[in-house]
Design a protein. Structure first.
Length: 234
């Protein structure tokens, strides 16, 4: 996993050979919606962390990579991009604990297959924290924005509920929510797309003395995402 994450992070430094959708304005309205659904599934916020509040002095810092299946790769090609079967997105992800059960998170990322830079942030409120017999339950509000896609503008917003239960150093978690993807094409007659998609996800966090490891699987519509994070949580 260390090697995979290191290779993914190196993608930030590599010049991208992918296109930035130069022909996206030639798509039909429904074709744009389908491309937006794929990009929204890939670009939407992935927490890759349990519901347990970090506390005022807590941090969760990690190098992360997500891989999302693409269901409309032929439309990507019609829009002038490559036709990937997956989008792989390496990230630097940071969480900071706040008072009152709140945590704030943010990431920066790149997606070389579509020449995108990606930014995201979230605010999470832990309604119930881990107890002897009770799980942690949290609400998470998040948003992301992509740049570098030429005339194509993509952003997402999401609301999720997350449940987790800590067992010593292992914390499994699961959640569900909805993602709204906003996509528009500058200088075209295409209307802005507002695409809503439900999602479910589950993962496990392993917090050892020297390292924190988390993996997460998500399904949003027909798109599937696998994420992994390596870092520190304290």
């Amino acid at each position: 996993m260390r090697r995979a994450l290191a290779a993914a992070l190196a993608a930030f430094a590599l010049p991208s050979a992918a296109s930035d959708f130069p022909s996206v304005g030639a798509l039909a309205q429904d074709e744009l919606r389908r491309v937006a659904a794929d990009l929204g599934a890939a670009f939407s916020y992935k927490g890759v962390t349990p519901a347990t509040a970090l506390g005022l002095t807590g941090f969760d810092v990690g190098l992360e990579v997500s891989s999302t299946s693409i269901e409309n790769s032929g439309l990507f090609r019609l829009a002038g991009a490559s036709s990937p079967s997956h989008l792989t997105i390496p990230k630097l992800h940071v969480y900071k604990g706040l008072p009152g059960g709140f945590d704030i998170g943010a990431f920066v990322a790149g997606a070389s297959e579509v020449s995108a830079a990606l930014f995201g942030a979230d605010l999470r409120y832990t309604i119930v924290n881990d107890g002897i017999a009770t799980p942690a339950v949290a609400l998470r509000l998040s948003g992301t924005k992509a740049t570098g896609l030429g005339d194509l503008k993509v952003a997402t917003a999401a609301l999720d509920i997350v449940v987790s239960k800590r067992f010593a150093v292992v914390t499994p978690y699961a959640g569900a929510g909805t993602v709204r993807t906003f996509a528009s094409v500058s200088g075209s007659l295409l209307d802005q797309v507002r695409h809503n998609e439900g999602r479910m996800f589950a993962g496990v966090n392993l917090n050892l003395i020297a390292v924190n490891v988390a993996v997460e699987a998500e399904k949003a519509g027909d798109n599937r995402t696998i994420s992994a994070k390596l870092g520190w949580r304290f």
